[in-house]
Design a binder for this molecule. Structure first.
Ligand SMILES: Nc1ncnc2c1ncn2[C@@H]1O[C@H](COP(=O)(O)OP(=O)(O)OP(=O)(O)O)[C@@H](O)[C@H]1O
Ligand SMILES: [Mg+2]
Length: 724
């Protein structure tokens, strides 16, 4: 970055138009006191930082009219473009009329970009210059009064300038951001649960091994018992025992069968004897019983005829009584004389004519009593007597009563005769059938005339004989059946007996050994117990393995979790380290590693160049220290005024080397102001070197001085005239 030119009008003492060209390596600005040299640096700085000592408007030339444009344009080359930065301190309207852009960017490819908004122009300028404004201001463009400031300031102030240079404040902001970020990084506690899960897995693995060991022991014990042999021997012994038991059972069955057979045989013998007796009895009584049956049959027939005779006699008596009754009823006709049935109607008609006459009489009496004629009904004084009419009425009513009584008698008589006629028809029919029945009974009785009563005792004896014979017959049947059954039972029993004997013959005769069997059982029991223990252990092992699996799953989850949070942990660690490293007061070491070594080296280089009688360096606490030839080390602010200026200039040159090599410009206002002529001469030589260095490295120096000797070394001199 190089300043090419500065032109404008009415800035401070530079009233009217002005234009200065700058050399690319060393430009020296000279002139008498108060001629406006420092004003040029003010413009250079303001073009980059927009900062004016006091206010911008205070830089308008005194006496310039308020309308008159007071401005300057600084032209800078930055890389492949030239920036024309315009600053107007007063007379904006006039300046606007000139149509000078606040920023013109001329690219080497010939394109031009104009920015007219001052705010936008400032932003673009800052984006294009390679060093922040805070470093330019005070370190790369150094005021007349500030030349000794780096050495003369307090250690704290100096530390702050170093912080500014090293952009530590920006780092501090970054540290605070990291601190905030650290607060957001939360990591769940995995170590505790992980250790617990690991302990659980270890415990369960131990348990599993223990169970496995016990299982091995049980298996060894079991393998000592030849269980197949034991089972085979046991089976043999059990078979023998079953055979022996079966033999005992069979022998018992044989005994029982034989005694049953004996019992059956004696039964058969006694029943056969009884049967023979019964047969004999039946045979001897057979003819007598047949005779008795016949006799008993005829006795029964006689008894039946006699009983029928008695029954018919009873019946005949009843029929005869019924005939008498019916005959009496038929003879009992009504006492009144029989009249024709239409008399009932005739009697009713007679009564009706009487009733009509009575009604007519009652009407006539009523008319007469009203004073009307009883015949025509007219109101005339007829000579009819009411009394006569009433007598007639009474006569008629008496006659009606007599007729009514007669009518009832006739009606009763007719009803009685009707009833009698109907009933007597039935009675006559019944009487005829009774008479027929009587004739039938009478003829039947005649056929039973010889039937007589038979005596009971003879029949009883016959019956007893027949019954006794029947009892013998049924006993014979029963005995025959029983004997048949017993024969069958005997055959069955005999069959079974033969079967038992055959089975006894078939059974092996070897004996069961109880002692050997007990030993075998003991072995089997031991084996089974071990089996039980083994099964228990297998179950325990399976449960433990399941629990172990679960514990291992849990452990895996925690290990996964740990693996997952590992990057976060590392991230947090890095953040913590960064945060620790970026603590402002902990930075010197870092800085010394990065910058301080180089800075100190450059300070020594320039001090040697100007043959200073002391060396200076910045220590790890960021203090500017000086070391005299006698070896005494003290803070640099205790150097003399001239030494301070030497140290400061060397420091500024070093800072420019280290921090602004990209900016490539250093402007110093009276760097040799407080120096002895001899020292100043040294500085001049140093400037000569700088000019060469500038030419070689493309570094631009702008130095204001009133030292004619120093001015000689400038590649270009801008000589200002004394102010008028
Ligand atoms: N707005 C202004 N208009 C006109 N003159 C001004 C204005 N402000 C300051 N001055 C004058 O400018 C001069 C200061 O200029 P400057 O500081 O650039 O001089 P200098 O050449 O650097 O002097 P020195 O050699 O003493 O450092 C003073 O004489 C001051 O009165
Ligand atoms: Mg000055």
């Amino acid at each position: 970055m190089k300043l090419l030119s500065l032109k404008g009008q009415n800035i401070g003492l530079l009233k009217g138009e002005f234009e200065f060209e700058f050399d690319q390596s060393l430009t020296v600005i000279t002139g008498p006191i108060g001629c406006g040299k420092s004003t040029i640096l003010t413009m250079i700085r303001a073009s980059l930082t927009n900062s004016f000592p006091g206010t911008a408007s205070s830089w308008a030339s005194w006496g310039a009219s308020p309308q008159e444009a007071c401005y300057f344009v600084a032209s800078w080359r930055i890389g492949s473009r030239v920036l024309h930065i315009a600053k107007c301190v007063s007379g904006d309207r006039d300046f606007a009329a000139m149509n000078i852009p606040r920023l013109r960017i001329e690219n080497d490819d010939g394109t031009i970009e104009d920015v007219h908004s001052s705010r936008e122009a400032l932003e673009r300028t800052h984006s294009l210059i390679p060093v922040p404004a805070s470093i330019i201001d005070g370190h790369l463009i150094v005021d007349q009064d500030s030349i000794t400031a780096p050495v003369a300031s307090t250690p704290a102030k100096f530390k702050e300038t170093i912080h500014t240079l090293t952009r530590t404040s920006e780092l501090e902001l970054m540290r605070l951001k990291i601190k905030d970020l650290l607060c957001t990084v939360t990591i769940p506690d995995v170590e505790g649960p992980l250790a617990e899960a690991q302990a659980e897995v270890n415990r369960l693995t131990g348990e599993e091994n223990g169970i496995q060991k016990r299982l091995l022991e049980v298996n060894t014990h079991q393998s000592n018992i030849n269980i197949n042999e034991v089972n085979a021997d046991l089976e043999t012994q059990q078979l023998l025992r079953r055979n022996n038991e079966r033999m005992a059972d069979l022998e018992l069955y044989v005994r029982e069968a034989r005694s049953s057979l004996q019992f059956l045989d004696s039964g058969i013998v006694s029943q056969t004897v009884t049967l023979a007796e019964v047969e004999h009895r039946l045979l001897s009584r057979h003819a007598k019983v047949e005779e008795a049956k016949k006799t008993l049959y005829s006795l029964d027939a006689s008894r039946e005829r006699y009983a029928k005779k008695l029954k018919l006699q009873d019946h005949l008596w009843n029929v005869s009584a019924s005939i008498d009754d019916l005959t009496a009823r038929i003879a009992d006709a009504p006492a009144c004389e029989k009249v024709p049935a239409d008399y009932k109607v005739k009697a009713q008609d007679v009564r009706a004519s009487f009733n009509a006459e009575i009604a007519a009489l009652k009407q006539r009496i009523a008319l007469v009593e009203q004073g009307n004629c009883p015949t025509c009904g007219q109101s005339t004084k007829c000579p009819v007597s009411v009394e006569d009419l009433k007598d007639q009425l009474n006569g008629k009513q008496l006659e009606l009563e007599a007729v009514t009584r007669l009518q009832k008698e006739i009606s009763d008589c007719i009803d009685a005769w009707e009833r009698y006629d109907n009933e007597s028809k039935v009675w006559v029919a019944l009487l005829d059938s009774r008479k027929e029945e009587m004739m039938r009974i009478t003829s039947e009785l005649e056929s039973l005339a010889d039937a007589v009563e038979v005596g009971a005792s003879e029949a009883v004896e016959l019956k007893a004989l027949i019954d006794s014979h029947a009892a013998d017959e049924s006993q014979r049947t029963m005995l025959n059946a029983s004997l048949t059954h017993k024969d069958k039972q005997r055959a069955e029993l005999n069959g079974k007996l033969q079967e038992y004997l055959r089975q006894i013959e078939d059974l092996p005769k070897k004996k069961f050994d109880p002692e050997f069997y007990a030993r075998l059982m003991h072995n089997l029991e031991t084996y089974r117990k071990l089996d039980g223990v083994r099964q228990g252990l297998v179950g325990e092992l399976s449960a433990t393995q399941k629990t172990l699996d679960r514990a291992q799953d849990r452990l895996k989850v925690y290990l996964d979790r740990k693996a997952k949070i590992e990057p976060t942990l590392r991230f947090r660690e890095v953040l913590q380290l960064s945060e620790k490293a970026l603590v402002k007061d902990a930075l010197p070491k870092l800085l010394s590693a990065q910058y301080m070594g180089k800075l100190n080296e450059r300070i020594q280089f320039y001090l040697r160049m100007i043959n200073a009688e002391f060396t200076a360096h910045i220590n790890s606490d960021l203090e500017f220290m000086a070391k005299k030839s006698d070896g005494l080390v003290h803070k640099a602010n205790r150097l003399s005024g001239g030494q301070k200026q030497q140290a400061s200039v060397c420091y500024l040159l070093a800072v420019n080397d280290v921090f602004a090599s990209t900016l490539g410009v250093l402007a110093l206002d009276e760097p040799s102001g407080a120096m002895q002529e001899s020292n100043s001469q040294d500085l001049a030589e140093a400037f000569n070197y700088l000019a060469n260095l500038g030419q070689r490295t493309g570094r631009q120096f702008i130095v204001i001085t009133h030292s004619a000797a120093l001015a000689e070394y400038g590649c270009k001199q801008i000589r200002l005239e004394p102010s008028k």
